[in-house]
Ligand binder design. Sequence first.
Ligand code: MG
Length: 378
Amino acid sequence: MSRIALAPFAAHEKQSRGRVYEEAPPAYRGEFQRDRDRIVHSTGFRRLVYKTQVFVNHEGDHYRTRLTHSLEVAQIARTVADVLGLNESLVEAISLAHDLGHTPFGHAGQDALNACMRDYGGFEHNLQSLRVVDHLEVKYADFPGLNLTFETREGILKHCSARNAKELGELGERFLQRRQAGLEAQVANIADAIAYNNHDVDDGIRAGLLSIEKLREQALFETQFTAVRKRYPELEGRRLIYEIIRRMINYVVTDLIDTTQAKLKQLNLTSIDDVRNHGSSIVTFSDKVHEQHVALKSFLMKNLYKHDKVSEMTDKAKRMVEKLFEHYMAIPAHMPEEFHASASSGDEAERARVVADYVAGMTDRYAIAEFERLTSER
Ligand code: MG
């Protein structure tokens, strides 16, 4: 439970736009707590542990996976939500679900699957996260999917093309009308970026692909490096890195809270609909920190995500995803019964969507095993 009373502009359960299939309210929990619990109990959530964030799971035990990434996002988002008087359970539900639609092998997998789906409406991991909670999880007797509240689903769908938005009914409206999502969604969104910017520095150093010298060109890193060096001149190794990174997180989170709090004070919003009707995102960094944050993000893109060692893995991953897609398109019977059945009932585009759902749901290790089994390649 939150330490601070919910602010008027937070997501209040009583004003929720509800679930697609009506249900009796939970006996002991709030509606958003129930959403979070359903996400934690889902199959997609358990698979996140074997899905790549940047480094393939079997490259080492200490790298982030999609699961530990999602937990770090939730951790950061809950802190921010609590201070701002927002709904902590909702922000947690959104954070834990935000990456459910990711393919195996991180962005390489998503790019490959998107290319495979070029003629069939494309593939986008964010939209897929919504598809997972709305359709692909098969668990409950009374409804398909997890039947989450509108607010959680609104938060999961961070961005959306106009074409897709038109097919999503009331959930897609805001993209056509240029309205915002609630503050909880905005917090989860930015907590995602804070989490990966920082843990990828950590993982990049661990992998030997980023050096402290090079990172010192980045203002966010350099400021904290200097502060730590001054206070603990003897500190070395992992401990030095951890101390810098925890301070980096604290620094940007503090800036985010201060900047957003000042804006909220000024705007004097009285409901979540005021937030939705506001012309732009309210949860933001100051201009200075925003610039530093974006600079670090591009630094990581250039020096880590596009590093030769990472690209090598990326190329292999792309090939595996392409092969798997082609194979199931040609022989849908090689997919499990429920996928095979729906692939056989529709036209080619519908079959492609079912194949994409199946491939996207795979963990890294399952995709590798399937690839080896089907192609007898290693
Ligand atoms: Mg993420």
